[in-house]
Design a protein around this ligand. Structure first.
Ligand code: ADP
Length: 161
């Protein structure tokens, strides 16, 4: 069984993330979306909110699981029996950090492969931080975040000022 982990902060999930998810559900038997719990930087959305938003956007996928994790990604991937780690690449600026991460993860978990998917060019400018910033000031997030969560997210972000 081909199992992958797609890790991230998802603070919050965007159409760019969804685009990657829609592509990997057909490539793997099981997709585990791993939501990173602890970060040096405090996320705007609580862990439960981030998990909830992702779950609301992925109910139709039988092979998708959404779970929180903490600590090393390789430990989470191992616990999930995942031999693949999926990451998205938007711009050259993503590359250096991703290259370091993938190299370290290879050292810690040699059996696993990191797989990079190029962003859909439609979403190459899109990041969770951009969504937070636009939403906070009342800008329209249509087309940037999935429709299932659009009204709630816009309301929630406006209240985060
Ligand atoms: P992290 O803080 O770990 O980068 P993110 O939630 O920002 O977590 O992103 C999770 C993954 O999704 C990363 O691999 C990131 O490159 C990818 N990603 C984020 N936005 C996009 C996008 N617009 N297009 C493609 N991939 C994306």
């Amino acid at each position: 069984m081909r199992i992958c982990v797609y890790p991230g902060s998802f603070d919050p999930i965007t159409c760019g993330h969804m685009d990657i998810i829609e592509r990997i559900v057909d490539m793997f038997d099981r997709v585990v979306i791993g939501v990173l719990q602890n970060r040096e930087k405090q996320p705007l959305f609580s862990l439960d909110e981030r998990l909830g938003y992702i779950r609301r956007c992925t109910p139709g996928y039988e092979n998708v699981e959404v779970e929180a994790f903490d600590g090393l990604l390789v430990d989470f991937a191992r616990a999930k029996n995942a031999l693949y780690i999926v990451r998205g690449l938007r711009a050259v600026s993503d590359f250096e950090f991703e290259f370091q991460m993938a190299s370290m993860n290879k050292k810690l978990y040699p059996e696993a492969e990191t797989i990079f998917l190029m962003t859909n060019t439609k979403y190459s400018f899109l990041s969770s931080s951009m969504v937070r910033e636009v939403g906070r000031w009342g800008g329209c997030l249509r087309g940037l975040v999935p429709g299932e969560i659009l009204p709630d997210l816009m309301k929630r972000l406006k209240n985060s000022l």
